[in-house]
Design a protein around this ligand. Structure first.
Ligand SMILES: Nc1ncnc2c1ncn2[C@@H]1O[C@H](COP(=O)(O)OP(=O)(O)O)[C@@H](O)[C@H]1O
Ligand SMILES: [Mg+2]
Length: 263
């Protein structure tokens, strides 16, 4: 279980004012959970992810992973960002193997595990290619394989498909669902696309800015239905999906009112 308990993060802006980027956010990500944080730019989504990753300290509250307090980065959390962080001078398989190399795993085993992961993300034939030879979607697939290589407990993904064209983006969503189902990893995923959030999440949390808070939570089943039917279009066109999408859009546009109402 990943547990975020009343987490707050305050930044001091250049003019000395305090920015409440995250305000008493609590959330649980159970085994096999796929939790999506949804919200407009600036509502603290990346701050929350970076705190879970251990890249930045909380001002208040605690984050625990399997009962252990998060105090810094660790191999138990794999991170994927919007911009790929592949090393351009290394080929695909060596990029995937990077974390294993740092962990001191023998070269043969590094390559065996990395080749398996490349198969998982549909890039078995690109092991020897270099990043510049790959499309944006393929580079993100390498990023996912690399994040999985050290066998983390959770995948942390900060708008990983935000820079992709819409068709590639949908293909990547479907690929991620299959990776999630096959590996059984828990996932924390950030997006500002309502449709992406609804399609992927077993739970969607909607955030509002300044201070960054959770204003609504939804438990969803669309992703499990997709895993069974493999028909994304049918699910996204269903009245249940489109109604909820409009409801959440309205909520996001009126997030400020909702927040005041909750106080
Ligand atoms: N290092 C920082 N110093 C000061 N303010 C920051 C810093 N990082 C983020 N912020 C502010 O915190 C708020 C939340 O930022 P962020 O978590 O990046 O939002 P999101 O990812 O939802 O777009 C924003 O108002 C942003 O300007
Ligand atoms: Mg962000």
């Amino acid at each position: 279980m990943l547990k975020v308990d009343h987490a707050s993060v305050h930044f001091e802006a250049d003019d000395g004012r305090i920015v409440h980027a995250l305000d008493r956010v609590s959330l649980d990500i159970p085994d096999n959970g796929f939790v999506v944080a949804l919200g407009a730019s600036g509502c603290g989504k990346s701050t929350l992810l970076n705190a879970i990753a251990g890249f930045l300290p909380l001002s208040d509250g605690v984050i625990t992973l399997n009962g252990k307090s998060v105090v810094g980065p660790g191999a138990d959390r794999g991170v994927v960002f919007q911009k790929d962080t592949l090393l351009p001078w290394k080929n695909v398989i060596d990029n995937v193997a990077l974390g294993l190399k740092f962990a001191g795993i023998p070269k043969l085993e590094q390559h065996r595990r990395s080749a398996e992961l490349l198969k998982l993300v549909g890039l078995a034939d690109f092991a020897n290619a270099f990043p510049y030879e790959l499309s944006g979607g393929m580079r993100q697939r390498v990023g996912i394989a690399r994040a999985l290589a050290t066998e983390p407990d959770i995948l942390l993904m900060d708008e990983p498909f935000g820079a992709l064209d819409s068709l590639t983006r949908e293909q990547m969503q479907e690929l991620l669902v299959s990776v999630w189902k096959k590996t059984g990893k828990r996932v924390f995923f950030i997006t500002h696309s309502v449709e992406e959030a609804l399609f992927l999440g077993t739970q969607v949390i909607v955030m509002s800015p300044r201070p960054g808070r959770i204003v609504a939570r939804f438990d969803l089943d669309f992703v499990n239905r997709f895993a069974e039917s493999n028909d994304a279009r049918e699910i996204k066109a269903s009245p249940e999906f489109t109604n909820l999408r409009e409801e959440i859009r309205a909520l996001l546009h009126g997030a400020h009112d909702i927040r005041s109402a909750a106080e």
